[in-house]
Design a protein around this ligand. Structure first.
Ligand code: HEC
Length: 489
């Protein structure tokens, strides 16, 4: 039945492309039809940073200007006199645009022709801002029926009763039976990669963050019952890496590869504030248990702490970048979590430690400019868990007094927050572990790996309950070298 739907589904894009090319000859919208082609196929060489041939297509204004040749790039009403059109239709491959790449598809050329012929009209708000910023949320394609290659599991979350687990896939979220490893449902037409997945307090809404690296990011709300994307909170110039609810469920914080941290009101979906003070990817965001602070971890080796109310910077935690002393190291921060059980922030990434610290004491530690020397020498109030992994820690989760850490070693460990001692190393080793979720009862923990593998353990006994590949269409039994679906008892 599903394959029948899929066959019908596969026809839809063809029908759409026929209708768009028909309507294109009548009227082509710049933002809807033309801009996506230019951004995808031309902006890499004709963008803000690189402008080969002295030509840019990143703003509407720049698109109309002449390039190095001095010829008019676009002559409204006359495609054949427009340099741009001449170049995308050039017979000689060496001069054709996009240079050293496949020619645009006939329907894309038809769209551009129709748009220039129709007067090269602009339907955006401003000709001088990046075209990217004028485009609304993308419509995403269906997910692949069968996954030919594994999709790294960057995000996963148990549904409220702990019997099902939602997993970030390719253009979709897949929902699996946590006891049998069977695929239950697919929620498609989502961003290409899902980097972050969390549930609202009532368990009815999923908050996702993701996108396409270097191109597009999105933070959206999905109604789990209907599988509909009910609200796109925002779109970004680059992929979103982390999106979380505040403890009272009223706010949402988002961070990603565009280096920004943003806060939204859940009810209205409106953005409350935005900060761009990180100098590299924001890898994780988290609210303090009282909802007072939003903290953001970054590849820039810092964790910034903001006042959730207005986004003003409260302090910067520099504990992952120490030039001297016992805890020396200069490390990117990949994971960060506050939890009701832990009245402090837990952060980790590169380096040998999970660091436990409080924003208020971190501010006091940072002192004033006068005591620089002394400040660098002292270790401050931070408590350190020596985790013993050889590679980076990409996911942390806290339950009560326990902290779980998953690393690129492919191993999951559990530590005691008060004593900072190792409680247990969970059995099994996989590819890089990127994501963790503990169910509401705290009895099960799941980890997702780069190779698409999910392992679920019993947190009381440490026993591995199940391992399966969250890869629709993959036969779980045909995995060379690994016995999957290991159900123990
Ligand atoms: C791989 C890099 C690359 C890509 C992708 C690319 N171009 Fe070019 N483009 C160039 C270079 C280099 C030149 C300079 C002329 C040359 O070397 O052929 C150029 C020149 C041009 C010019 C002429 C500017 C002038 O001198 O007046 C136009 C117009 C143009 N490109 C449009 C496009 C469009 C439209 C696309 C996408 C459909 C595109 N280009 C994609 C590299 C690229």
């Amino acid at each position: 039945m599903r394959s029948l739907f899929k066959t019908i589904g596969a026809l839809v894009p063809i029908l759409i492309s026929i209708t768009t090319s028909l309507s294109a000859s009548a009227e082509s919208s710049f933002l809807r039809d033309v801009a996506p082609i230019l951004l995808k196929r031309c902006a890499g060489c004709h963008g803000e940073r690189v402008h080969l041939g002295g030509y840019r297509v990143d703003t509407f204004q720049s698109l109309l200007l002449k390039g190095a040749s001095g010829e008019k790039s676009i002559v409204p009403g006359k495609p054949d006199d427009s340099r741009l059109f001449q170049l995308i239709t050039a017979k000689v491959e060496a001069v054709r645009m996009p240079k050293s790449d496949d020619q645009l598809a006939p329907e894309q050329i038809a769209i551009i022709r129709a748009w220039i012929a129709g007067g090269a009209k602009f339907d955006g708000a401003s000709v001088s801002v990046p075209i990217k910023s004028l485009l609304g949320p993308r419509r995403h394609p269906a997910a692949p029926v069968v996954y030919r290659t594994a999709s790294p599991i960057m995000a996963l979350a148990f549904l409220p009763d702990g019997r099902e687990i939602a997993v970030g896939g390719y253009n979709e979220i897949t929902i699996w039976n946590a006891a049998s490893g069977k695929l239950i449902r697919r929620i498609e037409h989502l961003p290409q990669r899902i980097q972050s997945l969390s549930l609202s307090k009532d368990g009815k809404t999923a908050l996702i963050g993701g996108g396409t690296p270097g191109e597009y990011g999105e933070a959206s709300l999905i109604d789990l019952a209907s599988g509909k994307r009910t609200k796109v909170l925002d779109t970004f110039n680059d992929i979103v890496l982390s999106a979380v609810f505040s403890p009272d469920g009223r706010h949402i914080a988002v961070g990603g590869a565009d280096m920004s941290v943003r806060l939204y009101d859940f009810e209205s979906g409106k953005r409350v504030w935005m900060s761009s003070i990180h100098s590299d990817w924001v890898t994780a965001v988290s609210f303090s248990p009282d909802g007072h602070f939003v903290a953001s971890a970054s590849k820039d080796m810092t964790v910034k702490v903001f006042e959730a109310a207005d986004g003003s910077l409260f302090t910067t935690y520099n504990g992952h970048n120490r030039q001297i002393g016992k805890y020396m190291g200069q490390n990117p921060v990949y994971s960060l979590i506050f939890e009701p059980g832990a009245q402090f922030a837990c952060s980790a990434g590169g380096g040998n430690w999970i660091q436990l610290w409080s924003p208020i004491e971190a501010k006091a530690d940072s002192g004033d400019a006068g005591d620089m020397e002394e400040r660098f020498a002292k270790q401050g109030h931070t408590r350190y868990i020596e985790h013993g992994f050889k590679k980076g820690v990409f996911a942390l989760n806290v339950r009560g007094n326990n902290i779980f850490a998953a690393s690129a070693d492919g191993i999951l460990k559990e530590f005691d927050l008060s004593s900072q001692k190792l409680i247990r190393t969970y059995p099994g080793k996989s590819d890089w572990l990127f994501s963790l979720s503990v169910d509401d009862s705290g009895d099960q923990i799941a980890a997702g790996s780069y190779s698409g593998e999910i392992r679920i353990w019993d947190t009381k006994s440490g026993r591995l309950i199940i391992m399966f590949f969250a890869q629709p269409g993959r036969s779980q039994r045909q995995v060379p070298g690994i016995s999957t679906l290991t159900r123990q008892n």
